[in-house]
Design a protein around this ligand. Sequence first.
Ligand code: BGP
Length: 472
Amino acid sequence: MNNDFLWGGATAANQCEGAWNTNGRGMGIVDVIPHGPLRLDVMKGLYDYHDLPQDTYYPGREATDAYGHMKEDIALFAEMGFKCYRFSFSWSRIFPTGLEDKPNEAGLRFYEELIDELIRYNIEPVVTICHFDIPLALVEKYGSWRNRKVIDCYLKYCEVIFNRFKNKVRYWITFNEINMLMHLPFMGAGLQFKEGENVLAIQYQAAHHELVASALATKLAHEINPEFKIGCMLAAGSVYPYSCRPEDVWQSRVRDRESYFFIDIQARGTYPSYAKKFLEREGITIEMDPLDEKILKENTVDFISLSYYNSRCVRTDDDQENASGNLFASAKNPYLQSSQWGWPIDPMGFRITLNDLYDRYQKPLFVVENGLGAVDTLDESGEIQDDYRIDYLRSHIQAMEDAIDQDGVKVLGYTPWGCVDLVSASTGEMSKRYGMIYVDRDDQGHGTLERRKKKSFYWYQKVIQTNGKNLD
Ligand code: BGP
C-alpha cells in the first residue's frame, strides 16, 4: 500500500444532512421520497409524489442532522485517522431551485466551513457534486434530466463550486452511481414517467444529458484548476454466469455492459458499438447536439470511482430471477451468504470487480463505497459489538489489497459507506446501518441523534494507523 493511500469514509447530503429548509435551502428530490410501502414506486418514477398521503414521513428531511453535527462528526473522523472524507453537496442548498442566477451564499458558507474543518485535520475532501440529488423545481419545470436545459443548470452550479473551492478541493465526482438512472430513475435522476411513455428511451436520453454534463463539467474543472481530479462513479459489481452454459456466460456480459455503458463513455469518450446496436434494435434515437460527440471524446475522466457491495449473477434457464433482494436483478448465487437485507457477501467478487474495471479502463480506481448494512443493538453497557461489520470490512479490504498487491490494480483510496450511520437509500430505514459511528435515531425519526463509537470504530482506526497491514 502506498503511503498516500486515502483511507476514509463516505456519506451523502441526501441521506445524512437533514436541515431541509434551513438557511435558504430549496427542496430536493430526497424531500419527497417517503418511508413505507410507496417508496419503491416513487423511486422508480412510477408513483407521483404529489399524490402521497398527508401524513407521509420523509426520512431524508431531517435525516441524521449531519448539518447540525458537522464539527462533532468530523472530529470523530479525525480520531479514526481519516485521510479523506467523501461527502456530497446538496445542489438545492446552493441553488434552491436550480434556476437562480446567483447562488445562496449561506449554503456555500456551510460547505466552506465543512471543508475548512476537514483541512484543519488534514483530511482531504472528496466531493460528489450530485448524489441522488436535484432541486425539485427542475423536476417540476423541466422533467429533470430528460430536458437538455438541465445541463446548463448543472454547469452553472459546477462553475460556482469549482471557483469557490478551487484551492481547497482536489477530488470531484460528477454523478453518484450514474447507472442507477436505469434502476431507480426518480431517485437516481429525478425522472418520472407517465403511462404510455417509452421509459427506456427517456432513460437513455436523460443519461445522454448527464454524460454530456459530466464531460462539460470535467472540461470546466480542468480549465479552472488543471490540478483538479475528476471522477465518474459506478454502482459496480461484476456479473457472474450462473453456470458455464454459453448462454449464461453471454448474458453475464450483456448485463455487465448495461453498467459499463456509462463508464465506457465517461472514461473512453465514445458510445460503444454494442450500445449503438442495442439502441438501434430498440428503435431509440438519442437526440444529440452536433458538438456532443466531440465534447464526450475530449473530456474523459481522470479516475473511476465505484461502489461495491456485492457481485451479481445471471442464469438463463430460470425466470425466477432477482432472488437476492437487491436493486439489480440477480439470480441467487448458492456459494454466497447474504446480509440481513439479502445482499450477497462476496469479497472475492470485489477483487474480480476491481480487476475487471482496471483491465477495461486503465485509469486509477477509487473505492468510494463499500460496507455492510446491518441492525446494531446496544448491549447492557451501551456498547455496540459489531463484529459482523468488522468481518465484512476485513475481508473486503483484504480482497482490495490483493487486487493492489497481487494484481497491480491502481486504487487511490477506500471510503466505506455511511461511516456515520445514515438513512438507507433503498429502504429509507435507519435500522439498516453501515457506520462505525452509531447515531441514535429510529425508522420513525425518533431519537436523540447522539453519536456513539462502535467496536468497528477502534478496529478501523487501527487499520488506518497501520496503512492496512493490521486487519485483525
Ligand atoms: C448506494 C448509494 C448510497 C447508499 C448505498 C447503500 O447505492 O450510492 O447512497 O445508500 O448504496 O445502499 P442502501 O442505503 O440502500 O443500503
